[in-house]
Design a protein around this ligand. Sequence first.
Ligand code: GLU
Length: 484
Amino acid sequence: MSDKEIRVRFAPSPTGYLHIGGLRTALYNYLFAKNKKGKFILRIEDTDRNRYVEGAVDNLLSTLNWAGLQADEGPKSSGDYGPYLQSERLDIYNEHIKKLIVDGKAYYCFCTQERLTELREKQKKEVIQTKYDKHCLHLTEDEIIQKLNDKTPNVIRLNIEPNKEIFFNDIIRGEVTFSSDTIDDQVLIKSDGFPTYHFANVVDDHLMKITHVIRGEEWISSTPKHVLLYDYFNWERPQFAHLPLLLNPDKSKLSKRQGDVAVEDYMQKGYLKDALINFIALLGWNAGDDKEYYTMDELINAFSLERVNKAGAIFNLDKLDWLNAEHLRSTPNDKILIMLKDEISKSNYSNFDCTDEYLLLIIEAMKERVSFVKEYIEKCPYFFEPPIEYDEKVVKKRWKDDSQELLKIFSSRIEQLVNPRKEDYERILKKLCEEKEIGLGRLIHPLRLALSGVGIGPGIFDLIFILGKEESLKRIDKALDQIK
Ligand code: GLU
């Protein structure tokens, strides 16, 4: 084994948003690089001018940053192998294509769209594979020069030798074989002078000294063309690893139709970065045990390409929700506080005025009961406004003949307290129930209803303590007046 530096890249085309599958590719590259103390490179593959989307690159960068996948080299980072935007590397591709032409490994093609369409139709009728028939490979040098001088529109194609077996090794799939007969003479340079994905991708992977190409399975059929290019240039091939497809629970290919596929959608829904990363990491990889909860550092330590599965990975949102709850639970309260304040500012309670201490008490009391930061508001709005109504079902079940009387005594007793602590409320409530020879629930349930309007929530003494004496007394009064 050489101790060559490991260099991997994430090479997205800026389509406007980062697909969840793209995030998985980026993450596996990142984890592999960090595990091997190598470099994670970001290269933007923007040579398809028809698909150009304004702002797409910035959007991609900010999403990757949010996910914590900062590139060691890339458009906004330094690096010795830039530029990292393919549209700024056109000279490099032009220089390289010339070499292939000289060696007869690539050739000009001047065929018109009409001819190509006719050819395809004919092949379809004959039920043979539709591919270019190498018509222009047979042009003489003079003919080529003449056409170039005449500025006849042209492309440059890869000259694939027929009847050859093309092999490559894939770290995840083992040896992969293709027959060259099934491969079209791929266009390398388009008529607008821009390279195609295949050509730019190979030239850049070589020049950027990429050691491992880790990408989605959908690219595996492109790889024979790529390995031919490496061979034609006499370049050392990188190692390949094609990641399994992402599937919906019904095993169909993950698609927009069945749910969200943009990482931004998950950000907006309030998923934590750590939970999403943890979830994505498990889409096609496991460490060989049943551990499911991982921090980024644990993932970096445990990750290996050898343990990536071949079979498609099922995208199971229930697991993501579970992981979100787990990660939220292990997030320190002061961090949750920042996120909660942000949620409040976006909610109906944007004008709610309270101290950080108040919110921290809510965070602690509700921690085991929420899976998302926004649920700190949705699941307990009563911390932000007094109940407007009282859950009828709970009233029916819990409001007994003696509830009025019990609550009246309870509130007259807590009224006497000065700066009560949680224990003081508890003591008073227990004593009262003892005196009346009733179970605690007999008072706890109507009290909770009076304070929150609902039948479930945090511990009753947390609830009353957080709301405070004055607010609780007001709420009990109001309930006594309204619940009959
Ligand atoms: N630009 C390709 C994409 O959009 C990159 C594929 C590869 O990694 O080779 O995914």
